[in-house]
Design a protein around this ligand. Structure first.
Ligand code: DC
Length: 224
């Protein structure tokens, strides 16, 4: 029997990572947050003083980058050149940088290769922007999560406050999200778009558990 692939896509703050984690736990398979990979690339660029929009320098840099994903229980741990950067990649500067480096084809091709390798070796719930359309177009289960921009900004702001990051306002978080929505949806290679065969779920008024329940119903139903 082949590996199970569950693709969860959608814009920033739609709840993908939280929900992908819940679904993976219920299914007993691993969870891959692909955004973390682009974040790690952005962190490396920022640390080296490279503008995250500079295609030439960023693509040169990714020729020599080592990104590894491991799991500690149900938590994903990401290593950048051997260093655990799981916590360091969550700051707003890295979010915007990740959206920038993700529009560079050389970066995407390298990350997509890594993502496909992981999905070949085990069953996965993978979340991102292009999983159902580009990374795993044959995934059996595809979901596209949405929510209003206000709700998404509120969620991201709350997450930042919980992590002790208070040097950014709700309005600034909303602006970052709007910038990333536009940037992620308008890039040439593998833009953020709903796959034709994905099930769309508006999470604005739902808890993460409620969204996971809906997803599990679809997965259960299609097994019968
Ligand atoms: O999901 P996230 O917010 O951690 O993702 C950070 C950025 O990475 C996002 O703005 C766009 C990019 N990204 C992407 O282009 N493709 C993916 N599969 C995942 C993330």
């Amino acid at each position: 029997m082949g590996n199970i692939q569950v693709a969860i896509d959608g814009p920033a703050g739609a709840g993908k990572s939280t929900i992908a984690k819940l679904v993976s736990r219920r299914m007993g398979i691993i969870y891959i947050d692909t955004g973390a990979m682009y974040r790690a690339v952005a962190l490396k660029a920022i640390r080296q003083g490279i503008n995250t929009q500079d295609r030439e320098r960023v693509s040169q840099m990714v020729n020599n980058i080592d990104i590894k994903i491991e799991h500690a229980g149900n938590e994903q741990v990401i290593y950048l050149d051997g260093e655990d950067v799981s916590g360091k990649i969550r700051i707003p500067e890295v979010s915007v940088g990740a959206s920038n480096v993700a529009s560079i084809p050389e970066v995407r091709l390298k990350m997509v290769d890594l993502q496909r390798k992981i999905a070949r070796s085990s069953s996965v719930v993978m979340d991102g922007r292009d999983i159902g359309t580009y990374v795993l177009p044959d995934a059996k289960y595809k979901f596209f999560l949405t929510a209003s921009v206000e709700e998404r900004a509120k969620r991201r702001y709350q997450e930042l406050v919980e992590k002790g990051i208070t040097n950014i306002s709700l309005e600034e978080v909303k602006k970052d999200i709007e910038y990333r929505d536009m940037n992620d949806a308008s890039r040439e290679l593998a833009p953020l778009v709903k796959a034709k065969d994905a099930i769309e779920i508006d999470t604005t008024c739902l808890t993460a558990e409620e969204v996971a329940d809906k997803i599990m119903v679809h997965i259960g139903e299609s097994k019968c």
